[in-house]
Design a protein around this ligand. Structure first.
Ligand code: 5AD
Length: 346
């Protein structure tokens, strides 16, 4: 039986909430293949047959939050906590610069040790060191003043995954002091300041159903972020979801394809979580519309302590090695890294 929702999505690039739910519930392998092919075509049409490279610096694993799924949650006492100094962070950027990076992401737990003043200074220093590159921060929910000061200091982008767009599901993944409303409020502020904004969610997180994923798609349709990071949920042994099953790689890739069709000009990373569950997961994502990779530039000695889920890959290889490996993987699927910053066309 032909699935009219597939045609509707391909023709109109949007569906209703119920439409997305039904699409996800009924999608056959054959129709999923059609979506992936069209997603790749749309991505290539918008950006070319290239992938943008962002150098990731995981600069602190301290976190004041206690998200039930996350390996660096506050109550995990088994993690060695670390903070990189400004000089260590700048050294990562210098290394990235030598490797030709034109884009950096500074990511951490929600660590208030990094005050507004310190981050604004650090942003300015990084931009002075690498004015050719774009800079993204990903360090959680902060005040309007914080976001504004970092933007004024030269920061270009901010990533804050919404994690799940349904309030009741959000409440099952987070302790009661956290709320979807405050997350969404931050996203609005970040967008209104003028950042290129990234959000995202996990696929297959505990208690998630198709209606939740449909809500994620609908939220993104309305909010129109510049970038959406999605990856499968992967259990971490020191969390209360230790025994929960991992998310599905195939469903994650279907979600990527649908997002590309909804917003042909969006930026979609092929995430490390995909590469962790399936050695070819990131290539599969690129062939279904993803166009960003985020090689790790963090110092090797801290990599094992930024374990947000079990078996996270790329903990043992030098940044230069990681880049060569990824370049080789891209070459095999007839892709290459782009030379530019990779600003969103949205
Ligand atoms: N599995 C998959 N992704 C996770 N994240 C956190 N914990 C996990 C996990 N166990 C994701 C969240 C967060 C991002 C940095 O990593 O979506 O926003």
């Amino acid at each position: 039986m032909p699935n009219t929702l597939v045609d509707e999505l391909l023709n109109t690039h949007c569906l209703s909430r119920d439409g997305y739910r039904e699409l996800l519930e009924t999608l056959s392998d054959e129709d999923a293949q059609r979506l992936k092919i069209e997603a790749q075509r749309l991505c290539e049409q918008a950006y070319g047959r290239v992938v943008f490279r962002r150098g990731l610096v995981e600069f602190s694993n301290y976190c004041k939050n206690d998200c039930y799924y996350c390996g660096i949650r506050r109550s995990n006492a088994a993690v060695s906590r670390y903070r990189l100094s400004d000089d260590e962070i700048l050294n990562c950027i210098k290394e990235g610069k030598a490797l030709g990076f034109k884009s950096y992401v500074l990511q951490s737990g929600d660590d208030r040790h990094y005050t507004t003043k310190r981050m604004a200074n650090l942003v300015a220093e990084i931009k002075a060191l690498a004015p050719e590159a774009s800079l993204t921060l990903s360090m959680g929910e902060r005040s309007r003043e914080f976001y504004q000061a970092c933007f004024d200091a030269g920061c270009d982008r901010y990533l804050l995954r919404h994690e799940t767009a349904k309030h009741c599901h959000y409440a099952k993944l987070h302790p009661k002091e956290m709320s979807l409303s405050s997350r969404l409020q931050c996203l609005e502020v970040i967008k209104s300041i003028g950042y290129q904004v990234g959000t995202g969610f996990m696929v297959g997180s505990p208690f998630q159903c198709y209606a939740d994923l449909a809500e994620d798609l609908y939220f993104i349709q309305e909010f129109r972020p510049h970038m959406v990071g999605i990856g499968p949920f992967i259990a971490h042994h020191e969390t209360k979801f230790a025994d929960m099953p991992d998310g599905s790689v195939e469903l994650t890739i279907r979600m990527i394809a649908i997002l590309r069709i909804m917003h042909p000009k969006i930026l979609l990373p092929a995430t490390t979580a995909l590469g962790t569950l399936d050695p070819d997961g990131r290539e599969k994502a690129i062939l279904a519309g993803a166009n960003v990779l985020m090689p790790n530039l963090s110092p090797l000695r801290v990599r094992e302590w930024y374990m947000i889920y079990d078996n996270k890959i790329s903990t043992g290889d030098e940044s230069a090695q990681l880049c060569t490996q990824l370049e080789e993987r891209l070459r095999k699927i007839n892709y290459r890294f782009a030379e530019d910053r990779g600003d969103s066309l949205m």
